[in-house]
Write a protein that binds this ligand. Sequence first.
Ligand code: FES
Length: 231
Amino acid sequence: MEVQLRIQRYNPDEDVKPHYENFTVDVAPTDRVLDALNQVKWHQDGTLTYRRSCAHGVCGSDAMRINGRNRLACKVLIKDIGNKITVEPLLGFEVIKDLVIDMEPFFDSYKKVLPFLINDQNPPATERLQSPEQRAVFDDTTKCILCAACTTACPITWTNENWVGPAAIVNAHRFIYDSRDEGTEARLEVLNENSGVWRCRTIFNCTDACPRGIQVTNAIEQVKRTLLLNR
Ligand code: FES
């Protein structure tokens, strides 16, 4: 089928501001938006710039706005969105070129919540054991692939550069409720700051945007409740 792609372009060496360019590609209905972008890049305009790697919804590198919604280009089928497709970079962070945004501020927030297991006890002879019930408490938030779809769908991100953002909270949640971890106090300290969970207005854009189906807003609310009960 023939698909009209309207792609936001921006080359910092030539453009004062972003503009749109149109391309027509021939793809199968079961192809993904990523396949359509590859058609453009490989056969029409090699300068088109976007991140992608795994092409299977695992690496998180090809999050972008597709017909106005944050999605992974490798997970959206052409047949599900029709033959007129607008593709734009994620909102809230600086555009480096075309569909590529600067992810540094995103990863700075991620690092702030200490997204790794903290436990100063001597390790046991075998692994640190955990029951299936203890593991289930944070199972949902282990699925994050750091694509930034949630954080850049949040209106608070668009206006407040200090806001830690949904993805950082999801990754804090993953360790706060891990029975083997001892870093909860330090993480809650970060999330109780002005830039932390209290900036969330429960808009649910993050939950809608997550390509892994993580209940992001729910995770943020859990952290808020833990803060209220512990302080
Ligand atoms: S290319 Fe890896 S998630 Fe889409």
